[in-house]
Design a protein around this ligand. Structure first.
Ligand code: 5AD
Ligand code: SF4
Length: 448
């Protein structure tokens, strides 16, 4: 590659999960520290970071087509500098470097704190790959939080030791690590100073977080949430994603005791058949999952439930799929994510017998989503008449319209005198499948 001028503008394109959104923000902050500014809307950026996801589908192909789009018809001096980050970078970094001469940097999800050094090399015309996994060192090397949204993310835990047989995450994000308690309290306070009213604690297996609190006690996620709830100006706390095996009594109790902990739980089940769950290496049964939910609901009766599902796992029969539908009927999720099984290279399930035909998967996904959509609408309809706090996150489509989230993570829109970051009282008056319309009751209730 030829030496080039230092980029002046950047754009970070994040795909996939909320942790990628968090990582994307942190990369943007680092580039900001280098004096590089976000490219104005509609204008080409000098540096494009593709922050990729490898969890499903043809992730790598998507990266190559994005690279093609960025470089098509452009000379080397006009084309942007390209960095590929995220889980595809981790899994297929060398291959990307080999296939795409237009890529200057490949950086894994645990190494992006080294972007500035890589950038320095790239400007000199040297290509750089970094897929090391020094997760804790990464956080220590990142700049302070200065800018954020009313609803912000905070990564508290990374990596996963569960090795579900379909999942690539233990390979791309590495082993479970918990960030230190003190660092998290500090980052949460910085986020609040920068305008956050709500913080969602993130981790691939967030309920496995553990650490030593300020008094030298070993605490779990519930202990961390209890202490974060004492941060002035922070109004709401959420966490995601949890594994049923790591939900302890303390966390269940926290849902009944901590007002700031929102009444929402995302707890993936994946399937309703015990045979399939075993083949997935999930370590729970349908019954143990349902019992766990009962305990959460006993602690917090208005808890909204969310889950993840995979249809068409290798060997899944029609009867086994029906068991997933039966579980859905029983739980009545407020919302959920559902996917067709996608073989991930290097995972045990990818080479299992009994891969399910595409048309069978399509049909199962359609039936599952019909059931989940029905329950989501029913949950929203049951909320009509409630008055609740809404955190205003952005402007709506029409002038004077605002969009925010209810405590149960429903999207709510309303009209009236408000601004982004306000917590307002809204009466929910009309329900749709994906959002509710509300009427503003009182403004800036607790815009701390
Ligand atoms: N195929 C389909 N869905 C998957 N997920 C993870 N790996 C796969 C795969 N190989 C889904 C799971 C998980 C969510 C984040 O993505 O449901 O909970
Ligand atoms: Fe993947 Fe979640 Fe299973 Fe970990 S617990 S292996 S992240 S599906």
């Amino acid at each position: 590659m030829k030496p080039t001028t230092s980029p002046k503008t950047y754009r970070v394109k994040s795909f996939g999960c909320q942790m990628n959104v968090y990582d994307g923000e942190r990369m943007a902050e680092m580039l900001g520290e280098q004096g590089i500014v976000p490219a104005p809307e509609g204008e080409d950026a000098d540096l494009v970071v593709l922050n990729t996801c490898h969890i499903r589908e043809k992730a790598a192909e998507k990266v190559y087509s994005d690279i093609g789009r960025l470089t098509k018809g452009k000379t080397q001096t006009k084309a942007p500098m390209i960095a590929v980050a995220g889980c595809v970078a981790q899994a297929e970094g060398e291959e990307i470097m080999r296939r795409s001469p237009a890529v200057s940097m490949v950086v894994g999800p645990q190494a992006y704190h080294r972007l500035p050094e890589m950038l320095e090399k790239a400007v000199k015309g040297e290509r750089a790959t970094d897929t090391d996994m020094p997760a804790i060192a990464k956080f220590a090397a990142l700049p302070e939080r200065r800018r954020t949204n009313p609803a912000s993310f905070l990564t508290v835990q990374e990596g996963c030791d569960k090795f579900c047989t379909y999942c690539v995450v233990p390979y791309t994000r590495g082993a479970e690590i918990s960030r230190p308690y003190a660092d998290l309290v500090t980052e949460a306070k910085k986020l609040v100073d920068a305008g956050a009213k709500e913080i969602t604690l993130l981790g691939q297996n967030v309920s496995a977080w553990s650490g030593e609190d300020g008094k030298g006690h070993q605490v779990g996620l519930a202990g961390l949430i209890r202490d974060l709830a004492k941060v002035d100006g922070l109004a709401r706390i959420r966490y995601t994603t949890s594994h049923p095996a790591d939900m302890d009594d303390d966390l269940i109790a926290a849902h009944g005791e901590i007002d700031k902990l929102m009444p929402f739980l995302h707890l993936p089940v994946q399937a309703g058949s015990d045979r399939v769950l075993k083949a997935m290496n999930r370590s729970h049964t349908a019954e143990s999952y349902l019992k766990l939910l009962d305990r959460f609901r006993a602690a917090r009766p208005d808890l909204a439930l969310s889950g993840d599902f995979i249809v068409g796992f290798p060997g899944e029969t029609d009867v086994e799929f029906e068991e997933t539908l039966a579980l859905v009927d029983e739980v009545k999720y407020a919302q959920a994510f559902s996917f067709k099984y996608s073989p991930r290279p290097g995972t045990p399930a990818a080479t299992m017998d009994g891969q399910v035909a595409k048309d069978v998967m399509d049909e199962r996904l359609r039936r599952l989503q019909d059931a989940l959509n029905r329950d989501q609408l029913a949950f929203n309809e049951a909320s009509v008449g409630r008055t609740c706090e809404v955190l205003v996150e952005r402007k709506g489509k029409h002038p004077g319209q605002w969009l925010g989230k209810s405590p149960w993570l429903q999207s709510v829109w309303f009209e009236g005198d408000a601004q982004i970051g306000d917590l307002v009282e809204v009466e929910l008056v009309e329900a749709g499948p994906n959002s509710l319309a509300g009427t503003l009751r009182e403004t800036a209730l607790s815009a701390a």
